[in-house]
Design a protein around this ligand. Sequence first.
Ligand code: IMP
Length: 202
Amino acid sequence: MQELVFATHNEHKAREIQAILSHEYRILSLDDVKYQDPVPENENSLEGNASQKAWFIHHRLGKDCFADDSGLEVDCLNGAPGVYSARYADLTDERKADEPASVANIRKLLAQMHGETNRNARFRTIIALILDGKEYIFEGMVEGEILEGRKGSGGFGYDPVFLPSGYTDTFAEMSLEEKNIISHRALAVLKLVTFLKKYRPE
Ligand code: IMP
């Protein structure tokens, strides 16, 4: 069976995709291939980071592989936090000692948006795939708005303040099953999987 390395240490993400592609591909996480060194991720766009990670691992291991990068883009903040979503509060030293990143990130986001009436935002995921030496890009996106306060206790990251368009529950109030139907990550993975299931080498 054809092997495909997923440039992530997140076993959960790797197993999720493996389950969908169980007949076509064997998905290997970086832990599966015993790759422990850091993977560079220092571009200034989601596309740049996903592509950089995928090519880096491809060159290191000489294998077909893919990498992802996600972020929250807020219109009134000109697309911030975007590629810096994971460490938004750290950029300006706004995280207290022992405070989870997501708590500090949301506090900073709400402060930056204080008084703003345009609260439109989207989550975006980019997946870069390197297959037979060629690169393919897949994008998943979910539009919504940033609430003025937290609502819900599930999920992770910015979920408690993100209300997807057309819904009354935030991502933090949805079950994982509900979120997985509409989420940026799920949509990008679906595009990747659809492509891989149809792919035949030239
Ligand atoms: P990653 O590329 O999947 O690691 O995502 C980068 C960062 O974007 C995360 O650390 C979160 O801050 C934010 N993020 C990405 N996806 C989500 C989501 O589904 N809910 C909430 N925050 C997210």
